[in-house]
Every structure is written in structure tokens, then in C-alpha cells.
Design a protein around this ligand. Structure first.
Ligand code: SAM
Length: 232
């Protein structure tokens, strides 16, 4: 049995996906209604990257009410990887309202416990994520650190089994480097929105000289999902 199928976790996820669909509908419609969604996507990634790198805090303030969440299939994948890894310490960059956090914390719960450190810039989102984790019955496994990951993740208190990068994507490389000395050999690093456009993060993790094995994965296709293993 797994807690994704029934009970408080399943109920909370079902409610959150409905709320997310409503909150992000207008944002998503830009892509769905576009005549050339791939071109819009490519332009928007480049634009997004440039704006985000100039002012991370200001950029995400504009999305304070958006979920920007992982899909249910990607969430299940996160859950499965955490189980396969037998993870006990997980770090998540970019918590938002806590959807991905619930999948990862549910894996910890179903394996008997552990600790997840999440981080979120927006205070309102961190508060909503905490309430959602409470509703899912997972709050005791999760610490959500409010603030900029470059500071909040400087000390994660021990070795890390699994990392999810789903925050400002212009910061994936600095955040990975911050965590690097804490990664265990074989730890997976999952990155969402790691798009293949002049991406310094991808260049780094795909260069075997840096001690990683990495490739794009076709889960939630089009969302730039990269799967990486730390091999040092
Ligand atoms: C794509 S959303 C995360 C979605 C979440 N993982 C989920 O599946 O529900 C990215 C989040 O990262 C947060 N964020 C962006 N830059 C950050 C930073 N430097 N430190 C902490 N959080 C950050 C944003 O405020 C936003 O809520």
C-alpha cells in the first residue's frame, strides 16, 4: 500500500491539483492557445531566464498566487525515485504551495520516516505549503525554510539522498554547488524546467568530468526534466 492512493495524502493532492488548475489557468492558456506553442515556449524560456537572473525576488513576486506545480505523473515519479533510493534526507529547492513536497514527504512516510528540507522565497506560499502538509498529515517530516535558497540551503545538516531543483532555474547551478559536498554517491538530482538553451546547469551536469551522469527524461514532456546522478 502507498499513501498516494488513499487517505489524507491522496485527498489533499486531489484538492490541490484542482486549486492549481484554477489559479494557473490563465498562465497555461498562453501556451495552449498559441499558434506556435514551441516557439512561444522557446521565446518565453529565454525571456524568463533573462528577467529571472536580473531580479529573482521581483520575478517570483509576480507569481505569488500561482502554483507552478509539478504534474501528477512527475509527482509519482518523484515518489518512486525517493522510494527506490530509500531516501531519508531530501532537499527541495522551490516549494511553492507544497505539491512536489507532498509526493516526496509521502515517500518518506511510507518508508518509516525521514527529513525533507524545502525552501521558498514567498512567505505566503511557505505558509500555504505548511498548511497543505498539515492537511496531508506530513508536517512532522518537513521543514520549510523561508527565504532565498542560496542562504537557506547553506547548511542542510547532513548527507543528502535526493535533490529536487524546481525553483528559479537561473540558480540551479549555484544551488547544486552549494549542496554538492553533502551529496552521497549515487544521489539523484531531479531538475524541472532545465531547458536546453544555453543552460550552464545542463552543461555542468552533462560533463562527466564534473562527476555526474545526466540526461533529459520524457516524463511530463516539454517541461525540461533532467535526471542526474552524482557519481563521485
Ligand atoms: C516552479 S515553482 C515550484 C513548484 C513546486 N515544486 C510544486 O511542484 O508545487 C518555483 C518556486 O520557487 C520559488 N523560488 C524561486 N527562486 C527561489 C529562491 N531563490 N529561493 C527559494 N525559492 C525560490 C518561487 O517563489 C516559486 O514558488
Amino acid at each position: 500500500m502507498d499513501s498516494l492512493s488513499t487517505g489524507r495524502v491522496a485527498d489533499t493532492l486531489q484538492r490541490l491539483f484542482k486549486e492549481a488548475e484554477l489559479a494557473d489557468r490563465a498562465l497555461m492558456a498562453q501556451f495552449i492557445n498559441a499558434e506556435q506553442p514551441e516557439q512561444l515556449m522557446a521565446d518565453s524560456i529565454a525571456e524568463h531566464f533573462a528577467q529571472e537572473s536580473r531580479d529573482v525576488r521581483g520575478f517570483y513576486r509576480g507569481y505569488a498566487n500561482n502554483f507552478l506545480n509539478v504534474t501528477p505523473e512527475y509527482g509519482r515519479f518523484l515518489y518512486q525515485i525517493a522510494r527506490a533510493r530509500k531516501a531519508t534526507r531530501i532537499v527541495e529547492f522551490g516549494t511553492s504551495m507544497g505539491i512536489s513536497t507532498i509526493y516526496l514527504a509521502a515517500a518518506l512516510r511510507d518508508m518509516g520516516g525521514g527529513h525533507l528540507i524545502g525552501t521558498e522565497l514567498e512567505a505566503g506560499k511557505a505558509a500555504r505549503a505548511r498548511a497543505n502538509l498539515e492537511a496531508a498529515g506530513l508536517a512532522d517530516l518537513v521543514e520549510i525554510r523561508e527565504g532565498d535558497a542560496r542562504e537557506t540551503l547553506a547548511d542542510v545538516g547532513g548527507e543528502v539522498d535526493l535533490v529536487l531543483l524546481d525553483g528559479a532555474f537561473s540558480l540551479y547551478l549555484p544551488v547544486l554547488k552549494l549542496l554538492e559536498s553533502r551529496l552521497k554517491t549515487g544521489s539523484p538530482i531531479l531538475a524541472e524546467n532545465a531547458f536546453d538553451q544555453d543552460n550552464i546547469y545542463l552543461a555542468y551536469v552533462r560533463d562527466p568530468a564534473n562527476g555526474y551522469l545526466s540526461q533529459a527524461i520524457p516524463i511530463s514532456e516539454g517541461r525540461g526534466n533532467e535526471f542526474t546522478i552524482f557519481t563521485r
